[in-house]
Design a protein around this ligand. Sequence first.
Ligand code: SF4
Ligand code: SF4
Length: 560
Amino acid sequence: MQKEYVFYDTVGIDFPLDEAIELVKSPCNGDFLVSNNPDAEAIIYAPEINFYLQQSRDTIAQKINNVTKLYAIRGLGFDFAQDMDYSQEVGNKVLIVTDDESLEALKAELRDEDFTVMLLSPSAILDVNGHIGALHVTLKKEDELLELECDQILWWNAPIFAMKQSGVYDPALLGLEGALKKLRDNKGEYHYKNYINYDPSICQYHERRVEVCGKCAEVCPTVAILKEDETKHLAFSHIDCHGCGGCISVCPSGALDYTQMPRIAFSHLSDYFKGSTALIIPHKMDLSLIDIPLREGVLPLMIEGEKYLHEAHLLNLLQTSGNPIIFYTDFISKGTGDVIRILNEIFEKKYHKKAIYVCEDSADLARIFEGLESFPECMYGINEDGLRKREIFSARLSHLVDGEDLGVVKTGEHVHYGDIKINESNCTLCLSCVGACNVRALTAHPEDNSLRFNASICTNCGYCEVTCPEKDCLTVIKDEISLKPSWFSQRVMAKDELFTCLECGMPFATVKAVEKIAAIMTPLFGNDEVKLRTLYCCAACKPKVMFKAHMENENKGLSL
Ligand code: SF4
Ligand code: SF4
């Protein structure tokens, strides 16, 4: 049977590899899925395999086992990936934006390569729209506004609005050669993927009357997520998406998921880290710069979108591995940064140990290795299949809290948790808030006419507060996780008896709701006893009462 994994041995390893891995001694291009070396042409090149073998202090037996895991982790990512491939035609029109006239030579060089080149001063450009292969530039010439179309743009020190568009490259950031390589590689056809999966049914922006969320669009560094304010629909432009995952880490509801490593795939992946310390390294980091030995039990985990990890991912990895996590990265996103602080505070309160370390060079990493302490007592597994982000985090955190009262942890600017308060004397149990809550944090319970709330799955969006028709009734408490059992369970927020219809005896509304409507309508109905009686009747009996009274009056009139 064709093996999926290939190990191209350039160093002469002196121990056997698992039988799932084909050992080759020269470059090859078999139909392999994962390789340790780009010359063993597989679909996925996993540089962390050689890195681990060269740097790890694990025993030979551990290495044999762990190398197999590293292949399997990559294979799992491939099997679960939900991305699709797309392409966009890219013509040869390039706009160079600069005031540097010495770039005439570059213009000539590009023309020789069959590019059509235009030069513009940055001061002439007002706006850039569209995407790679179809960019629209608005410019000012004297008092006139003009539109110019091009496929790609080379812009030295480009402003933020321009850098948000796909197809705009800044040689001041990429180096001239790097930027030119982009132009050349993209010419003809540009290939891209969808990195984001979106579930509007739990989105806190989608079709709401007022805007209570939009975090994803706020943190997106490009124009890949746009809010259509009129309809309250999110528009995703996959061609503009870099796949960084920043939106996923801040999405409170879990409406966004990463197609390269969906939540459920990550849950399976973390099983490979049982008993190991995960050293998370974004792909963009240069492994050759980590020149210290890896402490025994440390296993690299290379991730694509360096920003997509959120609290449910990281708590899963901590509780499955029983060890801290180390992030080796030069950048932590706003969402992931908030989550790291929150989890560290929680682990300090519970285990008096740090959960997640962040470093960006070997010296820092060596220091972290010296102080690493595991916490096997935190290990916990759940089946995450079918669960949403908040439900996963709630189940895991509740187990960690384990009946204690560990106080409160403040959440942050980008990660929101909280609670609500209901003034029961003002609540008529109209259940508008239940209809407003799309994550089932607020629920109606007909068995005892109660309104219940589970704080741990509430996204703190505040839409229930906006929707509640009563005054001084529902208040959202912002930005804190209460580490005690009641925060994780359904609490009764308001409860009432049912009022029975004066005519048919069927219960039809809560006592408070009937009393409230009666209090408003009684002065309007004056002494009209029939109308007053209808206030205490169900919808079916109201017209009957009115009709009966009408007929009686008619009959009286006739008999007179
Ligand atoms: S962050 Fe999530 S819940 Fe909020 S608008 Fe974006 S997709 Fe919707
Ligand atoms: S309970 Fe209120 S604040 Fe919490 S998610 Fe539901 S609507 Fe939003």
